[in-house]
Design a protein around this ligand. Structure first.
Ligand code: ATP
Length: 371
């Protein structure tokens, strides 16, 4: 069993600003990341991803709690203990291409070894090796400005691996690259991880990127951990409307449960044939994926409605159908063809049920986004 390499215990960070008062950017985070794991922090802007990463790196102190790296306590608010970033044995790659334009590639990559006072001969060998692993061999004398975005980000990767760190912190490292290059770099990062065996903490807004790269992910919202699990489990068993919406396409239907039947909110003319989970009553949200709603003919099984709109997508067709006062989105393979205005019926299999969105939470999310 792999050991825990990054451990956060009750980690909390509060910021006080003159205009907005105190904000708890990170609220009681408890986390255990295992050796060799690729673990992503995922969530909307302002949820606390970067602050958490900065606390792990040692750039930010803690309001409460403690952090352990490779079995060593590196931050503790109670003990007033802070090991500086350069003594934490971490590799880091950040969003902006943080390479020094006035240094050639060799000097950029050699920098972390020079400040550690490694012998010249060893520096030459290790830089050569790091450049080879990042497909930059032969470019030692070139300056970063002469290279493409992807190559510049490879310099940052080479500089991060040259010290052979146990943990690699990657903060939106691919966000400045075009989509094709992002995909290639994702594979390259995973390949470097396989060869060097480091643990990755990856911060991103992009759910598909996080799903592709991660063994486990943490979804956070407004400074709180909402769910930690494998990409598959998060997608198939989201524990809240927020996670459902954040990971993959979602279709939500506001409903009311009355006398053992489910109706679209505000319209009791036709029930939706759904099995009601035990103890569910009143207003609820039924959540599913657009491709998990079955579209039948007008005389088929399900909730009777009609096609309001049809949208051709490259690999599927999307339909909007009224359910009470709401327009519900569903997607079918191209062989299922309905025309706008045509009668139809829809069936929803195994949806998730959530309480209606909390207006106070929405307001707080908006407040955090503008700070
Ligand atoms: P993004 O994806 O936009 O980078 P994030 O999830 O990384 O967002 P953080 O940068 O960690 O979020 O910020 C969390 C909250 O803490 C935000 O509301 C932010 O405005 C606030 N915050 C972060 N750093 C500071 C600071 N130095 N002073 C005051 N508030 C801060």
């Amino acid at each position: 069993m792999a050991e825990n390499q990054v451990v956060l215990r009750h980690v909390t960070k509060r910021f006080t600003t003159r205009t907005m008062g105190t904000i708890t950017a990170v609220d009681d985070f408890n986390l255990e990341i295992k050796e060799g794991e690729c673990f992503s922090f995922l969530g909307p802007s302002g949820c606390g991803k970067t602050t958490t990463l900065r606390m792990i790196a040692g750039f930010e102190d803690l309001s409460e709690g403690e952090i352990e790296l490779c079995g060593r306590l590196v931050s503790s608010s109670a003990k007033n203990l802070y090991i500086p970033p350069e003594e934490r044995d971490l590799g880091m790659v950040f969003q902006a291409f943080a390479v020094w334009p006035h240094m050639n590639i060799f000097d950029n990559v050699a920098f972390p070894l020079k400040i550690r006072k490694v012998a010249k001969k060893e520096i030459a060998a290790r830089v050569k090796d790091a450049l080879k692993h990042c497909s930059l061999d032969g470019l030692e004398d070139v300056y970063p400005g002469e290279l493409s975005g992807g190559q510049q980000q490879r310099i940052a990767l080479a500089r991060a691996i040259v010290t052979n760190p146990k943990v690699m912190l990657l903060d939106e490292p691919l966000s400045n690259l075009d989509p094709k290059l992002r995909e290639t770099m994702r594979f390259e990062i995973k390949e470097l991880q396989r060869q060097f065996g480091f643990t990755i903490i990856f911060v991103t807004h992009d759910q598909s990127e996080a799903m592709a790269i991660s063994d486990r992910m943490m979804v956070c919202d407004m400074g709180k951990i909402v769910q930690i699990d494998t990409p598959e489990n998060l997608y198939n068993h989201p524990n809240s409307r927020f996670v459902h919406n954040f990971l993959g396409e979602s279709t939500f239907i506001n409903v009311e449960v009355r006398d053992g039947r489910v109706f679209p909110k505000g319209d009791t003319s036709q029930p939706i044939g759904l099995t009601i989970p035990e103890g569910t009553k009143g207003e609820m949200v039924v959540a599913t994926r657009p491709n998990a709603i079955r579209l039948n003919g007008g005389d088929g099984a399900g909730f009777r409605t009609h096609i309001e709109k049809r949208i051709f997508l490259t690999d599927k067709t999307e339909y909007l159908v009224p359910v009470g006062a709401q327009l519900v989105k569903l997607q079918t393979p191209h062989r299922v063809v309905f025309a706008p205005g045509e009668e139809c019926a829809i069936e929803i299999a195994n949806p998730s049920w959530y309480p209606p969105e909390d207006a106070a939470a929405e307001a707080e999310r908006a407040r955090r986004n503008i700070i």
